[in-house]
Design a protein around this ligand. Structure first.
Ligand code: XIL
Length: 462
């Protein structure tokens, strides 16, 4: 027999339940609330991503959560320098390609992580310095960004280059010792190799206004003022049991410089505040129109690099934690995003610098073209970006000739085919960028050893 007390309690709950339903209906916003992280984020023009280890893609609990909840992924290790160039000049893309194809098959965009980082350098690079290392690192950026060209939403071009503590300056590393301009050289090479990818600087302990984040801020401001190509700043947000009170204000000051901001490696130590901190991070991103999205650094607690911190949104059995609800609610409560469009995960983004050939109506040839070169040089090497502009009749194809000084040679070319590598070198269009309409432009690039200062390109149209 059921005691009377329990019946009463049930009746009270039923009334309360009816009231709640009525209120919810009355207050329901016109857009439906997302029931997964990816749907809720997408509804607000953002992405929600996770770091993925390819070795776990065959674990069904893992992959089920990944595909249901996330619309962006990043390789936890597979696109790092040690993984992609284990021996100098020999590239290995198996893991990275696996990440990209998983993303394409499941409607996800891809963050590329990371072209240059003082950690997880391959052994051969750890032993290098000076101009040899500078050339090797630029070649690495060029090759890897070219391989993944058109498939990456945003690249962490440089990771963790600033020092901890109060200096606000750069961290010492073999990369830094090649010269303070190594970061801008890397960004220029990445832009030349994949003009469609957003290029980010990414770091940790930059999650509030402090000496380190201000150092990064000053670099970004300087890059913007000098036209160094930078599009975004990543805030790793590996957090403990507290979050800086100026977390949102810090994101905002970067956004005000004209860069996108992204939360790139979020995880939070377990404890009473975990759900609140995850919620605060999400609300902060949602409050900044230029905050494109959030990536958590793993799927379940036991996938995390943070050992026993239980730092993620799902427990080891794949159950949603309170932190999950906190993030989902914050996404659903956030404003829409008027200024950024979410990355389109299913289609390859167009390449803004090349003009697709038009096979049915080729433009008339023979009326000329012009070329100009911009150089990114350091002692012993350079990257050249060449802009080819068609004359009034357009081009079917083009050739740009460059005469290099003695001792200078070309070591790599993209978006063109080079004949020879020293003296007078001729660069001819590849199949997709030869046909230019009147006044249209395309870009190709090459890198080399020695100096290309003062070279004048000449363009011939066909
Ligand atoms: C970590 C990975 O999660 C580990 O599997 C690996 O052993 C070391 O690197 N900052 C970064 C990430 O930018 O690449 C790091 O990832 C975590 C800290």
């Amino acid at each position: 027999m059921r005691p009377k007390r329990a019946l009463l309690a049930t009746a009270t709950l039923a009334v309360a339940g009816a009231l709640t339903v009525g209120m919810t209906l009355a207050m329901a916003p016109s857009a439906s609330a997302g029931t997964t992280l990816r749907a809720a984020a997408a509804e607000k023009g953002r992405y929600f991503g996770a770091a993925v280890a390819t070795g776990k893609l065959s674990t069904s609990t893992y992959t089920t959560i990944l595909n249901r909840e996330f619309n962006s992924i990043v390789a936890e290790n597979e696109m790092k320098w040690d993984a992609t160039e284990p021996q100098q000049g020999r590239f290995s893309y198996t893991g990275g390609d696996r990440i990209v194809s998983h993303a394409q098959a499941n409607g996800m965009s891809v963050r590329g992580h990371a072209l240059l980082w003082h950690q997880q350098e391959p052994g051969w690079a750890q032993g290098m310095s000076g101009s040899a290392l500078r050339s090797a690192m630029i070649n690495h950026v060029t090759q890897v960004a070219t391989h993944f060209r058109g498939k990456i939403y945003a690249w962490d071009v440089v990771n963790e280059a600033f020092a901890d503590g109060g200096s606000g300056g750069r961290r010492d590393s073999n990369l830094q010792r090649t010269g303070n301009d190594w970061i801008e050289a890397a960004f220029r090479a990445a832009r030349a190799a994949d003009p469609g990818a957003k290029l980010c600087y990414n770091d940790y302990n930059t999650d509030g206004v402090n000496a380190k984040s201000t150092g990064v801020y000053n670099m970004v401001r300087d890059f913007k003022s000098r036209g160094v190509p930078i599009d975004c700043v990543g805030f790793q947000s590996h957090l403990g049991t507290t979050i800086p009170g100026d977390y949102q204000a810090n994101l905002k000051r970067f956004a005000d410089l004209g860069v996108e901001v992204q939360i790139t490696e979020l995880d939070v130590m377990t404890g009473g505040n975990q759900a609140n901190i995850f919620g605060t991070v999400t609300r902060s991103c949602m409050a900044i129109p230029q905050c494109a999205g959030i990536t958590v650094w793993g799927v379940r607690d036991c996938d995390s690099w943070r050992g026993s911190d239980n730092a993620l949104l799902f427990d080891c059995n794949g159950n949603k934690k309170p932190a999950y609800d906190s993030v989902l609610n914050a996404l659903n409560a956030g404003p829409g995003n008027p200024t950024t469009t979410p990355p389109n995960p299913t289609t390859t983004p167009p390449n803004p610098t090349t003009t697709p050939p038009n096979p049915t109506t080729p433009p008339p040839g023979g009326a000329g073209c012009s070329a100009s070169v911009s150089l990114n040089s350091w002692t012993g090497g350079f990257v050249a970006t060449v802009k080819v502009t068609a004359g009034s009749s357009g081009t079917r194809g083009w050739t740009v000739s460059v005469t290099l000084p003695g001792g200078t040679s070309v070591t790599g070319t993209w978006s063109a085919t080079a004949s020879g590598n020293s003296g007078t070198v001729r660069f001819t269009n590849v199949d997709y960028n030869g046909a230019l309409g009147a006044g249209q432009s395309t870009e190709f690039g090459f890198q080399g050893t020695g100096s290309a200062a003062g070279v004048t390109p000449t363009c011939t149209a066909s």
